[in-house]
Ligand binder design. Structure first.
Ligand code: GTP
Ligand code: SPV
Ligand code: MN
Length: 596
């Protein structure tokens, strides 16, 4: 493949000089080339071909046991000034970061093949799209990128001789966790990743580019890159309204994006369309409304818990041309994970490749095992998902995993207050990142691990975006929590498909069709306004969900909120001077209302 872009050619030449591969292969995007790479990965043992009858075009892959999740502690934002990365990011001076990683990657591709992947985030050539080049020595990465993004010659054609290209260099090296670094250079449009072969660490189009670098680009260029799903809700009249929702990793984005409404709604003609499940790029349209596009082309979804009942659309998406990572491998060349069904298979291999006995008490699939599936496989993929102009947003929803405190749903008072609500989000940590699980931490807008610049400037950018149009054209902002627990640790809300009942209320609020109770934290639904028709949920033995339980999880627990104010102040203090005064005022006002 002949590349005419000088910047790209120079990037490849420099990478060759540094890593000294045996050979360089440009990914042209053709099915023949990808098929040859699949065969090669199977021959070397890097991937295993799954049962062609039961899972056509599907493959299996295991990562090293030390390399199963994003590594936030080893992820750096490398800006010339520390203040521009801000206190919530790890920071390294660009020169130092380049020198450190160059030292690690020196000669690391000797005897290996270097693949050059031209990829587009967003529909190739659309006003939303941006081009990247990922250099990698991993076929697994090439094959995943070919699902998650648009790759090949057509991307280079769209790029032409433009300078607007993000350069990502990934080298597996020895998968040594002590030398693992995920470096973002927002000022240079560059990314370097070494010593990992896992997901968000190495599929550089995803978190590194489409969130960390793109959030910085959006700040400079007047748009937003967010950790959000996008979905369309169709009513019986055939009208579709779109919402975007930011939940932290492994807190329900893929599930909400592909939700199937409860039976009663389906009969009336309601349905949900998936536009994206992880990332949204948001810009203003000519009509003064915010439009969102999914920059990805596939789903890198959490496997455990995905089943015929919880998320049939996700499961259906994985029945062909999918790569499974770190799940259980069955003898018949199919796969299994915890929560797929109630019959753990025997005589199988766990995610580490060891014989596994379900009775051992150990999990067979890693808690962060994943599927990489083409978005086009999804039965409910929106006809608008590749609309080059994106889809107009009626609402933005924030949400976290909170056993206590956060009510099921509430609405912000206005845009600025909505930004405040996003800024004080907190959630329990999950297996999506290495480290402790279940610890509550502040995770504003679900962007704590993904914001490529100073978090205070990011909040200011949100406030500024809200000033660019008339208030009535802005999406309304809400907060949800599907994860409230009772004292025995049972989920108090059914979740999944029943979350549609809350989406219905949210859209009714957007249309001004339903009243609400004003509280110290925002607007809360009147319990009677949430449709519970046909809801059949058992919270625990002998405790069937009813309207009193709904009232319970809609209550604003003043003592909890007052106790949290101190934590929020601490968090704001950590960010420091860049916290917008508007948000400090919102906090003072909320405290005053709570004390009243
Ligand atoms: P990332 O891909 O890491 O960004 O995660 P995600 O936000 O897309 O999360 P996902 O939808 O994959 O859900 C993660 C876990 O939460 C799965 O185990 C789900 O079964 C569970 N989950 C999702 N929605 C709900 C819900 O409404 N209620 C409950 N109780 N669990 C849920
Ligand atoms: C997340 O952790 O939010 C993910 C998975 O979506 S990863 O691609 O590994 O970041
Ligand atoms: Mn995610």
């Amino acid at each position: 493949m002949l590349c005419k872009n000088e910047k790209v050619n120079k990037f490849v030449e420099e990478a060759v000089l540094l890593t000294k591969p045996q050979k360089v292969v440009w990914i042209d995007g053709s099915e023949e080339q990808l098929e040859a790479l699949r065969a090669e990965a199977c021959a070397s043992g890097e991937m295993i071909k799954l049962n062609e009858q039961k899972l056509p075009g599907c493959y299996y892959h295991r990562t090293k046991a030390n390399d199963v999740a994003r590594v936030e502690a080893r992820t750096f934002i490398c800006t010339s000034e520390k203040i521009n990365a801000g206190p919530t990011n790890n920071w390294m001076k660009p020169d130092e970061a380049y020198a450190l990683t160059r030292g690690i990657m020196e000669g690391s591709m000797k005897g290996r093949v270097m693949y050059v992947i031209p990829f587009s985030m967003g529909v190739v050539g659309s006003p939303f799209s941006k081009v990247g080049i990922e250099i990698t020595d991993s076929i697994y990465v090439v094959l995943n990128m070919a699902i998650m993004t648009r790759v090949g010659e057509k991307v280079l054609e769209a790029l032409g001789d433009s300078n607007d290209v993000v350069r990502g260099l990934h080298a597996k090296c020895d998968i040594d966790e002590e030398k693992r670094y995920i470096m973002q250079f927002p000022e240079d449009n560059a990314i370097i990743s070494c010593n990992s072969g896992y997901g968000g660490n190495v599929l550089l189009g995803k978190k590194c580019f489409a969130l960390r670098i793109a959030s910085y680009q959006g700040w400079k260029e007047g748009w937003m890159a967010e950790h959000m799903l996008i979905l369309g809700i169709e009513n019986p009249k055939g009208e579709v309204k779109y919402v975007a929702a930011a939940f932290p990793s492994a807190c329900g984005k893929t599930n909400l994006a592909m939700l199937i409404p409860p039976e009663g709604y389906l009969r009336k003609g309601y349905r949900v369309w998936t536009v994206g499940d992880d990332i949204a790029w948001i810009k203003y349209g000519a009509d003064g409304r915010m439009y969102a596009q999914n920059p990805e082309a596939g789903f890198f979804g959490v496997a455990p818990g995905t089943n015929e009942k919880s998320n049939p659309n996700a499961l259906a998406s994985t029945r062909k041309n999918t790569i499974f990572t770190n799940v259980v491998l069955k003898k018949d060349g199919t796969v299994w994970w915890e929560g797929l069904d109630k019959n753990p298979p025997t005589g199988v291999e766990n995610w580490k490749g060891e014989p596994w006995d379900p009775a051992s008490g150990e999990k067979g699939a890693h808690a962060n095992s994943r599927f990489t599936a083409p978005a086009a496989n999804c039965p409910c993929i929106s006809p608008e998902w590749e609309n080059p102009d994106g889809v107009p947003l009626s609402a933005i929803i924030f949400g976290g995993r909170r056993a206590k405190t956060a009510p099921l749903v509430y609405q912000s008072r206005d845009w600025d207050h909505g930004v405040f609500v996003g800024s004080i989000m907190a959630s329990e940590t999950t297996a999506a990142a290495s480290g402790a699980v279940g610890v509550v931490r502040r995770d504003p807008m679900a962007m704590l691990p993904f914001c490529g610049y100073n978090m205070g400037d990011y909040f200011q950018h949100w406030l500024d975006m809200g000033k660019k149009t008339a208030a009535d054209k802005l999406p309304k902002i809400f907060n949800v929590n599907w994860f409230r627990l009772d004292d025995e640790g049972n989920f108090m809300w059914p979740g999944f498909g029943d979350n549609f009942r809350i989406l219905e209320w949210i859209l009714a609020r957007c249309a001004g069709e339903v009243d609400a109770d004003e509280t110290a934290i925002g607007y809360i639904p009147k319990a009677e306004d949430i449709n519970l028709e046909g809801l059949d949920y058992q919270i625990s033995e002998g405790h069937k969900f009813g309207i009193d339980d709904l009232r319970n999880i809609l209550t604003v627990e003043t003592e909890h909120w007052l106790a949290d104010i101190g934590n929020i102040r601490e968090f704001y203090a950590k960010i420091g001077d860049t916290i917008p005064t508007e948000l400090r005022k919102e906090l003072d006002d909320m405290e005053a209302r709570l004390k009243k």
